[in-house]
Design a protein. Structure first.
Length: 545
């Protein structure tokens, strides 16, 4: 195999100076390399050989001790999901391949096999699936399943989707493929360790040296590794054609639909909650609601809802709610960053509480921030009409009219306000950030702790908002607060679009366009017309907490 040849060539290159030195030493002992010049050459080559061998040994030890990346997952023991383990075991039997050693969930729309036989990954996420000797159960890879699939897909669909994944345990058991993968993972881990080395010179210089050598080897075998994985995937797919092939074609449509719904749910629904220090505790259940709504709106997805009468794959788990909650918390950490457990400023929220605990609070917080920035800029506060006894000093000045008048005034007021909001958001986020903590030493049971002192998202959902986007979001929040306080509107949740303004039990028309006209062009007429149609009073103060 090409990958192993790369490893063999690297080893041969490392021992080449030693071989030359051995030849010269033998020649000197036999009298064929006499004289001071030959003696100097022999000592020079021998010294180089010793240095190269020591460096090669150091690199080999570093590669062996490097900890390959382990995907953060939610472990599922066989006691917690006997039906799922039974399905996987039966599927492996039909395919004629070793069963995975365990099953774990990932908060993403993907499924794969992961080798965790390295010492750094020896924390097994659950009891073995395979029947037989403990050695096989420990050596077989872990089956990682996307949690949205379990809630959206039916049992038969999940089995069809997992068939080519489980079929990959066959090639994984082949010694050459397993050795090649260990070699690549070791190189990748060594490069990662080098980039994460501390600032101390004693540790940094050797780590950087090992990282350079590992990087060269990794670049040399990258194409071979990709070709090997393509061949493995092709072989696994061909083997899996014997199992539920027709159903798999239909199930792949559900995979695409799950991707679309999951992305919308995370970016439109979960992200606003995460930014407020709340994490929705039933994201996977929300996928079903989001995809059902998508099926209702999209004619291409019409008819998919009829399959919801069949048994969902999450029924294969004994306590779906607990698994959903664990996957939801992991999703918050992966896609947003945050503590590993609930605490002050980081609490779960269920879907019934979402409108009041997230949507309304989000609007009030952003509206309050908007007025704080206006106060700091010295913008005049207007006194509400029809509210006797109120004044600018006690909040008669927190009106929507104040915001509209400021942005509609000539002179380009939006840029200064956007800059002030950006600085205020940065300050608020810095205050709400968890305190730094030292990274733990030794073997880490939680791969997410490898982030370092302060957790950061591994897969950020969105790029930072521009000043215009930030200002528009805050103006929309102020508009919604005014609508709730003066026009009888209510905060709501749209499964595909996130926070929504409800008027008369239905969703109000989109206010984004009129707000952008105000923010970007200083044109307040579209927004005034929108507000007038809903009966919103811009001159009345709004509640900011």
């Amino acid at each position: 195999m090409a990958l192993l040849r790369v490893r063999s060539r690297a080893a041969a290159l490392a021992v080449l100076p030693a071989a030359v030195a051995a030849v010269l030493l033998v020649a000197g002992a036999q009298g064929r390399a006499d004289g001071p010049l030959w003696a100097a050459v022999i000592w020079l080559v021998t010294g180089c050989a010793v240095v190269v061998l020591l460096l090669a040994a150091a690199v080999a030890v570093a590669l062996a001790r490097a900890r390959p990346a382990v995907s953060p997952t939610v472990p599922l023991t066989e006691e917690a999901a006997p039906g799922l383990y039974r399905l996987v075991r039966e599927l492996a039997g039909r395919l004629g391949v070793p069963a995975p050693s365990a099953v774990a969930l990932t908060p993403d729309c993907d499924s794969w096999l992961e080798d965790r036989t390295h010492p750094a990954a020896r924390q097994r996420p659950g009891a073995g699936v395979a029947d037989g000797s403990p050695g096989r159960a420990q050596d077989a890879p872990v089956l990682v399943i996307g949690s949205p699939f379990l809630w959206w897909m039916r049992v038969a669909e999940l089995r069809a989707v997992l068939a080519p994944v489980v079929a990959g345990t066959g090639p994984s058991a082949q010694p050459e493929i397993a050795a090649a993968r260990r070699f690549v993972r070791g190189l990748d881990a060594a490069v990662g360790d080098a980039s994460a080395a501390g600032r101390g010179t004693v540790r940094r210089i050797p780590a950087r040296f090992v990282g350079r050598i590992a990087g060269m080897l990794l670049r040399g075998c990258r194409e071979h590794a990709a070709e090997m994985e393509r061949c493995v995937a092709t072989a696994a797919s061909a083997r899996a054609q014997e199992v539920d092939y027709g159903l798999r074609i239909v199930a792949q449509e559900q995979v695409g639909l799950a991707y679309a719904g999951w992305d919308r749910l995370l970016t439109r629904v979960a992200l606003p909650a995460w930014r407020m220090g709340r994490w929705p505790s039933r994201l996977d259940a929300g996928v079903v609601s989001a995809l059902t709504e998508l099926s209702r709106r999209d004619r291409l997805a019409d008819g998919f809802v009829s399959r919801l009468g069949e048994r969902p794959a999450c029924d294969l788990i004994e306590d779906p709610g607990a698994a959903d909650e664990a996957a939801s918390l992991l999703a918050a950490r992966l896609f947003h960053g945050g503590p590993a457990r609930s605490g002050p400023g980081w609490a779960p929220v269920d879907w019934q509480q979402y409108p009041d605990e997230v949507v309304d609070r989000k609007w009030r917080t952003e509206a309050a921030r908007l007025h704080r920035v206006l106060d700091a800029m010295g913008v005049a506060a207007s006194v509400s009409v029809g509210a006797p006894g109120t004044s600018a000093a006690d909040g008669g000045g927190h009106t929507l009219a104040r915001v509209i008048d400021h942005l509609a005034a000539p002179g380009g007021k939006a840029e200064e306000l956007a800059a002030g909001l950006g600085a205020a958001v940065a300050r608020d986020e810095a205050e709400d950030a968890p305190p730094p903590r030292p990274a733990p030493a030794g073997d880490l049971a939680d791969p997410l702790e490898l982030w370092g002192a302060v957790p950061q998202p591994l897969f950020p959902l969105q790029a930072p908002r521009t000043g215009t986007e930030l200002l528009a979001d805050h103006v929309v929040a102020m508009v919604c607060c005014a609508a709730v306080d003066t026009a009888g509107a209510a905060p709501g949740l749209d499964w595909l679009d996130g926070p929504a303004l409800l008027v008369g039990g239905g969703r109000a028309s989109d206010v984004g366009g009129p707000v952008l006209s105000l923010v970007e062009d200083g044109d307040a007429e579209p927004l005034r017309s929108w507000l007038s149609a809903l009966g919103v009073r811009t001159d009345r103060p709004v509640r900011l907490s």
